[in-house]
Design a protein around this ligand. Structure first.
Ligand SMILES: [Zn+2]
Length: 69
């Protein structure tokens, strides 16, 4: 697994680039998308297609080659 990890601009959490979702001209992670949908629907998002593994901050930093400062 070497899928590119990006930081969601909305919530600042790492997400796989391939899982980022465009909505209303914004690119957001699955968590933000789910929150946005729940706001629009006025109810909980009950489907599980947005579940699954999220990348961790550590994985993102490893990808970016960030050393502990
Ligand atoms: Zn997000």
């Amino acid at each position: 697994m070497s899928e590119k990890i990006v930081i969601c601009k909305s919530c600042g959490k790492p997400e796989y680039w391939g899982e980022m979702i465009w909505l209303s001209g914004k690119c957001m992670c699955r968590d933000c998308y789910k929150t946005e949908l729940e706001l629009r629907m006025g109810s909980d998002y009950i489907w599980d297609d947005l579940n699954g593994k999220r990348p961790t901050r550590e994985e993102y930093e490893a990808q970016e080659g960030v050393e502990n400062a």
